[in-house]
Design a protein around this ligand. Structure first.
Ligand code: AMP
Ligand code: GLY
Length: 423
């Protein structure tokens, strides 16, 4: 089989690494890819939103399966465009990717189908939002409706902060058209857990759990980022939580989408908050998490191509999804200054240390191959993942491996997986 992966981050490198293990696959392309992906796939200079070019390339190369890793092209309808041209694609169609693409849609869906989530109101004008906030309890959470690179969520402690948030999102359009609608949501307290799942329209199979660290600095301080590190499994994702979510969240979401005429095929990522009243859905994503994929996929025993094809063909019930009985930790090596401003173009040394080391992975996120060698080319540069028999061991291994890599302005959090010790 010939496979094309669409995207360029650490998540797509993790997907490509799993695809490369499949005996069914003899050629992998990635659009646009990065320097690390380029070691196992042929990178083609087409970006994820160039749908016409992606369709034309897939036809010319007779691609058997396109895997769409990123949210923007999914929400924009890349899978529909590929299917219309007769090309098989893994990921939700546009009418189902709205589960991630519109927070107002997903909140209304959860309310209608009694899926546990925080109380909320949706607003289409700033005046109505402010009038509501004047009588609300604080802290309160404001969310831009659309995609905003994970930055469209504001936790406001005072009415003044909330009014400023409404101004930024709805009037100044800081996140563009993502701010045409606003969700105002009750503030929840608890631990966060990410559960990713494969879905074939009817059947859902959840993967092992994971936990991200979204803030830039140690102790969950600093700005929100795309994610600074992950561990899997989460010791807080107990059998009781799993049973609850199986009963009230996972299948209920898939069935709700089907009942709405929006059959979902692909990945549903459940962002859960474990509150005192039980688990509640924080958000849905319609793709693998980044860097959740970097700790979940290395532990998956199945052939990823078989699982993805089963999703497309509505045969996921025939798959016995299995994960290794171990743990993995991913520490993101970023450029100092991320997520605000940072330098690019520094040479990365030490990547070869990972070659032939079982259970250690260096997933590239923002890297580029140049005449000087591989250089930094983004805020999140690399994701260093290591496995271990236990979470503690995986964490020690991952932090040891971060020392193998050097580049100017290398920055990382030193407390990824600290929560493990509280379990
Ligand atoms: P989201 O993009 O919806 O996952 O929001 C980003 C982050 O904001 C989440 O990972 C949470 O840490 C936080 N967050 C979002 N919604 C809430 C909420 N209702 N209560 C508390 N924290 C929240
Ligand atoms: N790591 C969170 C996300 O991918 O949205």
């Amino acid at each position: 089989m010939k496979v094309l992966i669409v995207g360029s981050g650490g998540r797509e490198h993790a997907i490509a690494t799993s695809v490369a293990k499949s005996p069914k696959v003899n050629k992998i392309y990635c659009a646009p890819g990065n320097a690390g992906i380029g070691q196992i796939a042929e990178c083609v200079p087409i970006t994820a939103m160039e749908f016409d070019k992606l369709v034309a390339f897939s036809k010319e190369q007779a691609i058997d399966l396109v895997i769409v890793g990123m949210d923007d092209p999914l929400v924009g309808g890349l899978v529909d465009a590929l299917e219309a041209a007769g090309i098989r694609a893994f990921g939700p169609r546009k009418n189902a990717a709205i589960l991630e693409g519109s927070k107002a849609f997903s909140k209304d869906l959860m309310k209608k189908y009694n899926i546990p989530t925080a109380g909320y109101e949706n607003f289409e004008t700033a005046e109505e939002a402010v009038a509501y906030l004047e009588t609300a309890k604080f802290p309160i959470v404001l969310k831009a409706d659309g995609l905003a690179l994970g930055k469209g969520v504001l936790i406001c402690n005072t009415l003044q902060e909330a009014k400023e948030g409404v101004q930024e999102i709805m009037l100044d359009k800081k996140f563009g058209s993502a701010g045409n609608k606003l969700v105002v949501e009750e503030f929840m307290q608890g631990r966060e857990v990410s559960v990713l799942s494969y879905v074939d329209g009817k059947t859902i199979k959840t993967m092992t759990s994971a936990q991200d660290h979204k803030r830039a600095q140690d102790g969950d301080q600093g700005l929100n980022t795309g994610g600074m590190g992950t561990f899997s499994p989460s010791p807080f994702y107990t059998k009781e939580v799993d049973d609850f979510c199986n009963k009230y969240v996972y299948q209920a979401t898939v069935d709700a989408m089907a009942a709405e005429g929006r059959e979902f095929k692909g990945i549903i990522f459940f962002g859960l908050m474990l509150t005192a009243e039980g688990p509640k859905v924080l958000e849905y994503n319609a793709r693998f998490g980044d860097p959740e994929a970097q700790v979940v996929l290395p532990r998956m025993k199945n052939d990823i191509i078989e699982v993805m094809e089963a999703c497309i063909d509505g045969k996921l019930n025939q798959i016995d999804l299995q994960f290794e009985d171990n743990a993995a930790v991913c520490v993101v090596l970023a450029s100092d200054g991320y997520p605000v401003s940072y330098e690019k173009g520094h040479v990365i040394k030490g990547l070869e240390a990972f070659e032939g080391k079982d259970g250690y992975y260096v997933f590239h996120a923002g890297t580029k191959q140049t005449g000087k060698g591989i250089v930094t080319n983004g805020g999140r540069v690399l994701g260093v993942t290591a496995k271990g028999a236990t979470l503690q061991e995986a964490r020690a291994n991952a932090y040891e491996a971060t020392e193998w890599i050097n580049f100017d302005n290398k920055y990382m959090r030193h407390d990824i997986g600290k929560a493990i010790d509280e379990a």
